[in-house]
Write a protein that binds this ligand. Structure first.
Ligand SMILES: Nc1ncnc2c1ncn2[C@@H]1O[C@H](COP(=O)(O)OP(=O)(O)O)[C@@H](O)[C@H]1O
Ligand SMILES: [Mg+2]
Length: 239
């Protein structure tokens, strides 16, 4: 079943199309990779899906409902969560408080106790319980990225969109991030991941979409994408 799809999406900035007539779909339970050179429009596409930006054209459907035009909080409360490439952590707050923000934002009307319980659960799941009292700016980048994922997870998503959560991590940290993403998928969460770390993309994704200059230039299995002449020319050749 297609849990999320976009048809003919367009977003222009000052006359330049950052997303140019993109159609895509995500099947329930899969990991879809979104790759392409810097400036290809990947983050802008996430911004359209999550409602952070309004599309100039096209339609986005989630769980059979049109979500394009909806406010971000409504989309999030329908179970679609995302992380931010430039981490949106709250620097004045500790790890626990950052994740609590997600728990409270995602489910309106729930009690403070339930939000606290959800937060504890997510902290344990991502292995951050021991870091709960630490200030965000005092923990290593890999853990800050993990907090970003934890805050999104605390909204209890059915679809989780990850924007370069492995950027800047060393190989050991990348392996840990991969294990975390696999464990999230094992809970039944559908995942869309933007990533430049090819080892992760190629080994984890069921399918991959490739963006270039705002256009979807290829889609296929990791094997198809890694042997696509077009993709090698515009992207993989430089990796
Ligand atoms: N809010 C914005 N205002 C103006 N231009 C933007 C904005 N967001 C993105 N862009 C431009 O859109 C293009 C695609 O950017 P982006 O989606 O961030 O690419 P990617 O995530 O693939 O690196 C780039 O040329 C970028 O400069
Ligand atoms: Mg980006």
């Amino acid at each position: 079943m297609r849990i999320l799809q976009g048809e003919g999406l367009v977003k222009a900035f000052g006359g330049r199309r950052a997303v140019d007539n993109v159609s895509f779909h995500v099947a329930q339970g899969e990991i879809l990779g979104l790759i392409g050179p810097n400036g290809a429009g990947k983050t802008t596409l996430f911004n359209l899906i999550s409602g952070a930006l309004e599309a100039d054209g096209g339609v986005i459907t989630y769980k059979g409902k049109k979500i394009s035009g909806m406010k971000p909080y409504r989309i999030c409360r329908m179970g679609l969560a995302r992380t931010f490439q430039k981490a949106k952590n709250f620097p004045g707050m500790n790890v626990y408080q950052n994740v609590l923000m997600g728990a409270m934002y995602g489910k309106p009307g729930q009690s403070a106790e339930a939000a606290a319980r959800d937060t504890e659960e997510v902290l344990a799941f991502v292995g951050l319980t021991g870091m709960r009292g630490r200030a965000l700016q005092d923990i290593p980048l890999a853990l800050q990225k993990r907090v970003e994922v934890a805050r999104a997870l605390a909204t209890k998503p059915d679809v989780l969109m990850l924007d370069e959560v492995m950027a800047g991590l060393n190989p050991a940290e990348v392996s840990e991030a991969m294990a975390l993403i696999e464990s999230i998928r094992a809970k039944g969460v559908t995942i869309v991941m933007i990533e430049h770390v090819m080892k992760a993309i190629m080994s984890m994704c069921d399918r991959i979409d490739v963006l270039h200059h705002g256009q979807l230039i290829a889609e296929g299995t990791p094997q198809e994408i890694s042997s696509s002449r077009t993709v090698i020319e515009v992207y993989l050749g430089e990796c």
